[in-house]
Write a protein that binds this ligand. Structure first.
Ligand code: HAM
Length: 451
């Protein structure tokens, strides 16, 4: 670690670095990622979810339609990758019109696209799908906010029941327990459905804010026109003050939305899942209907923001040109999850295969034998390290000590000619010269003892 820091301090201005807001995940921290990924697979599969992977590039259109034309994601945060020109023959032939591609800023819209495209409605419903992958948002990098970040997403498609909302939240909570972060709570709200109560509420909110417009931040004045609900989660002190006494959506829910939300809360109570009502929680993506939630740490000391978020999105199927499809889902931000784990000094064990044997070979014949030995060890599922390009036994063995490998197999020029091999215990320096034909059996016996 120290070595990597020193090197990065010495990076000259001329060297190309990783793009702003994007990070290399170096070998020493890979175990953290393996840990959160492996628990994610386990939790999702325990809940009966099947894994799905969709392209990192998607047509810009699906996010304009799904996330919303006036959303921050679409207006400011999309990485546009390719703009197909009108004269591009291939593009014209394929669809008759040209599409812009973007790096996906989130996973839900792509999952819904895939669900419709592959006719997954014909499979037994609900369909429970999960995904793990990088997402991209061209936001200003800051604590917990990257331009490339990883999400673990869970989506239940083809089911409109409030029990499903609770089931999904329960599985998300289970995941946090499984990784050793049980100290989370859910901020929950219902934003009603657009076809019944939401518009009535929006009208009330606009009526309330119009006379207070001068007190709103400039950005929020714009939102009042384009996306009034979003004014509710503004952090600007002027806007926050102007919102004092504003009408709250929970008071405007129609009977159906209200009873659906009440049921969700009752299920959560029964399951003992911690939550707080947050009537201002509207979320930054337009596709939500009714239940919305965010996962927050009870004590967020480092101001990383929510660990995840989600909600119901019954209108998304139609927005993407399909039939009405009831759906609910959540995505967990794994960069923030790992930060939280490290902050609470969680013990994360390293599951990676570590080399057990270092193979040393000096001279061309010995190197040929060393390669064969390496292959034989792989065939026995033994992880091997080498530094065969180094000229002396000493320098190769120095590498072996540095990576703390328990055994070395040394083939010098003499051993290569004699048909022998030296088996050295790197921990006490004791070594034996044995016949080549016996080395594998002896080594495997020692490795079994070491385990
Ligand atoms: P979201 O709230 O935009 O929802 O993102 C979910 C989580 O991803 C956030 O709570 C946060 O942990 C993480 N996240 C978002 N942006 C960043 C960033 N710039 N840097 C680091 N982490 C970030 C969605 O994406 C929805 N697709 C969730 C969903 C699934 N709704 C229904 N199904």
């Amino acid at each position: 670690m120290a070595e990597e820091q020193n090197i990065s301090q010495n990076i000259s201005q001329n060297l190309i670095q990783a793009p702003r807001g994007m990070r290399d995940i170096l070998p020493r921290v890979q175990k953290n990622w393996h840990f959160v990924f492996s628990r994610a697979h386990r939790a999702a599969q325990m809940g009966g979810f099947e894994e799905i992977s969709t392209p990192i590039l998607e047509s810009e259109n699906i996010f304009v339609r799904a996330v919303g034309e006036a959303s921050d994601i679409v207006t400011k945060e999309m990485f546009v990758i390719e703009e197909k020109k009108e004269e591009d023959a291939e593009c014209k032939e394929a669809s008759g019109k040209c599409q812009r591609l973007v790096l996906r800023p989130e996973g839900t819209a792509g999952i819904m696209r895939a669900y419709i495209e592959h006719g997954m409605q014909t499979r037994p419903q609900p369909l429970k799908l999960y995904y793990l992958g990088p997402m991209f948002r061209h936001d200003r990098p800051q604590a917990g906010r990257f331009r490339q970040f990883w999400q673990f997403g869970l989506e239940i498609l083809g089911d409109g029941g409030s029990v499903t909302d609770a089931e999904l939240i329960a599985l998300v909570y289970k995941y946090f327990q499984m990784i050793g972060l049980p100290d989370v709570t859910f901020a929950v709200n219902s934003i009603g459905a657009p076809e019944c109560c939401r518009q009535k509420y929006i009208n009330r909110l606009v009526d309330f804010l119009e006379p207070r417009k001068v007190d709103l931040a400039e950005e929020d004045r714009k939102r009042l026109k384009t996306n009034p609900l979003r004014v509710l989660d503004s952090k600007d002190p002027g806007t926050v003050a102007a919102l004092e006494g504003a009408p709250m959506i929970l008071d405007y829910l129609c009977e159906v939305c209200q009873s659906q939300f009440k049921e969700v809360l009752e299920y959560l109570d029964e399951l003992g899942i911690p939550y707080d009502l947050n009537p201002k929680l509207v979320r930054g993506l337009d596709y939500y209907t009714r239940t919305t939630f965010e996962i927050i740490r009870k004590e967020d000391k480092s101001g990383q923001g929510s660990l995840g978020g989600g909600g119901r999105y019954d209108g998304l199927g139609q927005l993407l040109g399909g039939q009405p499809i009831s759906a609910v889902g959540a995505a967990i931000g794994l960069d923030r999850v790992i930060h939280a784990l490290l902050e609470q000094k969680a013990e994360i064990s390293d599951q990676a295969l570590r080399p057990q044997v270092f193979v040393v070979g000096i001279g061309s014949l010995a190197k040929r034998i060393a390669l064969k030995v390496e292959q034989e060890l792989w065939n026995q599922d033994v992880a091997v390290a080498t530094a065969l390009g180094k000229a002396s036994i000493r320098s190769q063995l120095k590498s072996a000590s540095r990576i703390e490998v328990p055994f070395a197999l040394i083939i010098g020029q003499r051993e290569a000619l004699d048909g022998t091999i030296i088996l050295r215990d790197m921990r006490d320096g004791l070594q034996d010269t044995i016949l080549y034909k016996n080395y594998l059996q002896k080594l495997l016996a020692k490795l079994t003892k070491t385990k």
